[in-house]
Design a protein around this ligand. Sequence first.
Ligand code: SF4
Length: 428
Amino acid sequence: MFYRVDMAALAVTKEQCVQYQGLGGRGLSLRIVAEAVNPNTHPLGGENKLALATGLLAGTGAPNAGRLSVSAKSPLTGMVKESNAGGEMGTKLGRLGIRGIIVEGLPPEDTAYVIRVSANGLLIETMPELKGLTISAAVARLQGISGPAAAIGCIGPAGENKMASACIGFTGRDGSPDRQAGRGGLGAVMGSKGLKAIVVDDSGAPGVSFADEAAFRAGAQKLIRVLQARSAAGQTLAGYNGDRPDRLCSAGCMIRCPQGYPAKPDEVAAGGLKKASRRSLGTSLEIDNLDDIVLMNRLCNDYGVDTVEMGDALRVAIEAGIAQSGNSQAAIRLIHEMGKATPLGRILGAGGEAAGKVFGVKWAAAVKKTGAGDEDPAAAALINAAGLCRFAVAAVLENPDALAGIVEMCNARYGWNKTTEEYINMGN
Ligand code: SF4
């Protein structure tokens, strides 16, 4: 079942969307946008759609299967763009029997709208008190109302100001909003629709049914055995993390990647310092102080801007003589300018390539108008369709049992008899 949310009329409809049967994750959210959005539509206009989609295994308890995929026509690239995030929203939507949410139209008022999803349905509320808040501040207020167990997706000032590199932050198991749908400026699309946050509470959810539960469990065991056998999964990464189950995306995570940068033994200074963020905020700016990089990462997450685009824009600022290589304080000041939406900050928030044009520099790191991140290999198509975390890709590439297990789980969940190739084509 899908929810279609018309922000212009503040109306909600339930749809079965049979044309999307068999699709999940990236393949699903991209298909919705590619088929239903006119290519000439302005990314921040009412005709653009923000599509949130769960993976095929969402809510089943399959290992590492809680990713949420988000797509729209991108204000950064002008093309259809997908970005996906961990956290618990994908799992909770799956348990509620919701495959996707499609948000369209522009709102009647300049206020902060919040979508609340529960077993009772979907409601649109106005919460003007959230307007202008950072993501962590807005999430704290929403958790004060909904409780810590709700999954929340939220934008910050960058999204509200429709900056082309704005992201959407999602909460993980510990309630911290440090999982991002980062790429492509999808936070600006959410902001154009006046949508500050989406809150999902799965209390009383019916849960997931299986066509063949025994076959599903057998498939899950295959994947679990492969993940357990890999030294990086569940052992090395968990060791770096201090094995903090509360820092995981969801209860079913077997890999336990490090998602927290500790300040003190029991305190997390910032979560999820991803490889691409270390490159863009550290190496490419010649900043080698890890504490400063972590602070920059946290500011980007809180203002709601993609760390890769922000880092690339800061590199442009260095080329233009506005900041200096290795000067973390200058970079931090510029991130605050972006968060406060000053004229200079808005230029940087438009992404590396746009900033390069404004400042007339000859060099900006961009491919098709976007900074280079950690893109998934093509072989990840099935992983994406199933909604599995990308850290499972290596296991799937190494051991055919893992791939077989995922295919068996999908077939047993829905009563299908699809082949591996069919799933891969679907994910592509
Ligand atoms: S491995 Fe990391 S990113 Fe993947 S589900 Fe687990 S905590 Fe989330």
